[in-house]
Design a protein around this ligand. Structure first.
Ligand code: NAD
Length: 282
């Protein structure tokens, strides 16, 4: 038996087309402001890509690029101004920030109503309480959409998530718990990782280590969601999962690239549109 490959790219494009259609009907377009600090190469590429995708669907986007020596107070003032600016619907601060800036304070200063990443404690708190947040983190949202799109049962299933970061593992655990999964979260200090992952109906890996997960980690017919974005020894983009090794043992699998990654960007656009709608009572 071979697995069904979950085509994240096609599904993301479908969502993006719907967003484009909706935005096209709006007189005043949603606007996303991205704050970029410093000259980190990867961050600049991510931000450029986000801007390009906004443009494609008609969402207005502005990048505010600051020197890496910018004072924390100045950055906080800028965010407060953006919170007050009625033309700005969504604010994203590209991480990581330079070490002299307190990232948590920056995130807490963004209005929860404009928190496009879903990282604000208000929104995470609402998620934790199974109430309705203004936004949920993009990657977890994208994963849930993919599972639903492929009619993969979540209710009652044992989902094992490897990784407990604030952007993937933690909010994903809450989201899936709210969708009636039995959730186990593993991390770098977890003992007997393999014994736990072997019990997963759905295994989600968000570690950041190429090919750490092979067929010995998985149960027959499991669903494998690979969040990792890594470079292998040939500098080829690859996930956390050894795709070829698990392919015949699992039931569904997301590839890297073209799996979870495109869904993350689609959810960023969706969150921008949803925040716009909430702010305008649409
Ligand atoms: P992170 O470094 O913040 O977290 C990694 C997690 O993996 C930690 O919780 C750590 O405890 C755990 N971990 C590390 N080594 C482990 C091991 N040997 N066994 C078990 N657990 C281990 O990273 P992150 O920001 O959550 O991202 C994780 C990966 O997902 C990275 O490759 C990142 O590039 C990728 N990512 C992809 C998307 C996407 O859209 N596809 C989005 C965000 C992150």
């Amino acid at each position: 038996m071979t697995a069904t490959i979950i085509d994240g790219l096609s599904y993301a494009n479908k969502i993006i087309n719907n967003i484009k259609y909706e935005v096209n009907k709006l007189k005043v377009k949603p606007k996303l402001v991205v704050i970029l600090v410093g000259n980190d190469n990867a961050s600049q590429i991510y931000v450029k890509n986000k801007q390009k995708r906004c443009l494609e669907v008609g969402i207005e986007s502005e990048v505010l690029h600051f020197d890496e020596k910018i004072k924390q107070d100045k950055l906080l003032d800028i965010i407060k101004q953006l919170n007050e600016d009625i033309r700005v619907n969504a604010i994203l601060v590209q991480m990581p920030l330079p070490s002299h800036i307190n990232s948590n304070l920056i995130i807490e200063t963004i209005s929860p109503l404009k928190d496009v990443d879903g990282f604000h404690p208000y929104n995470v708190g609402k998620l934790a309480l199974n109430m309705t947040p203004y936004s949920v983190a993009c990657t977890p949202c994208g994963i849930l959409k993919l599972l639903n799109a492929y009619n993969i049962e979540i209710k009652g299933k044992h989902v094992v998530i490897i990784g407990r970061s604030n952007i993937v593992g933690r909010p994903l655990a809450l989201l899936l718990l709210n969708n009636d999964a039995t959730v186990t979260v593993c991390h770098s200090k977890t003992e007997n990782l393999k014994q736990i992952t072997q019990t997963a109906d759905i295994l989600i890996s968000a570690i950041g280590k190429a090919h750490l997960i092979n067929s010995t980690f998985i149960k027959e017919n499991a669903v494998i969601i690979d969040v990792g974005i890594n470079r292998d020894k040939n500098n080829k983009l690859t996930g956390d999962v050894d795709f070829n090794d698990v392919f015949e043992k699992c039931n569904f699998i997301t590839p890297v690239p073209k799996g979870v990654g495109p869904m993350t960007i689609a959810m960023l656009l969706q969150n921008t549109l949803d925040l716009y709608k909430t702010q305008n009572n649409i």
